[in-house]
Ligand binder design. Sequence first.
Ligand SMILES: [Zn+2]
Length: 205
Amino acid sequence: MGTSSPEPLLICEHCDTVYRRRRLSRGDVAQCARCHAVLERHHGMSSNTLLALVLTAMIAFTQANLWPIVTLGLNGQYSSATLWGTIITMWQQQAQVVAVIAAATLFFFPLIKMLSFGWLYWFARDGRRAPGFVPIMVTMHYLGPWTMSEVFVLGALVAIVKARVYFEVTPDPGIYAYALLTLMITVFASVDVRRLWDTTAERPA
Ligand SMILES: [Zn+2]
């Protein structure tokens, strides 16, 4: 195992042709010779770059959750609301489905993604697999299709439209922290996490 094992195989997801993987250098793109689908891209980002990105995203995430995201006005009375304040209000206003969607897409999914990224790439720095590697990779696979940028925009629209029925709504700094977070998570979405199956090796504990 380890250094003596041959380069891993790569299968075209579109036509099932099998290739032996080659090491790509910066800017390289591996293409399927039969159907021209993109097999793999080289990413300039090292594990350390990704970790720095995760850390920055965590800071934006914390601010997005601590700062008020909207000011709600009702009968001339104004109050700022944080994400969780808004979710709780929506829940109490019989908008439970929206409250659950907002909590999942704006809080739990990004949090799980960032923690998983950080955990996996922390160990990947020296080619190791993080404890819980397989279940985390499976979770990431299922969370994958939920790219947060689209979900965020959708969630925010639904929430604001829904809230406007009851309140005057004005955006606050927290919403901009969320916008920043959304941009950063779009960068994560371009990282092919599946590469970790090949670039990390299981070591005896
Ligand atoms: Zn192909």
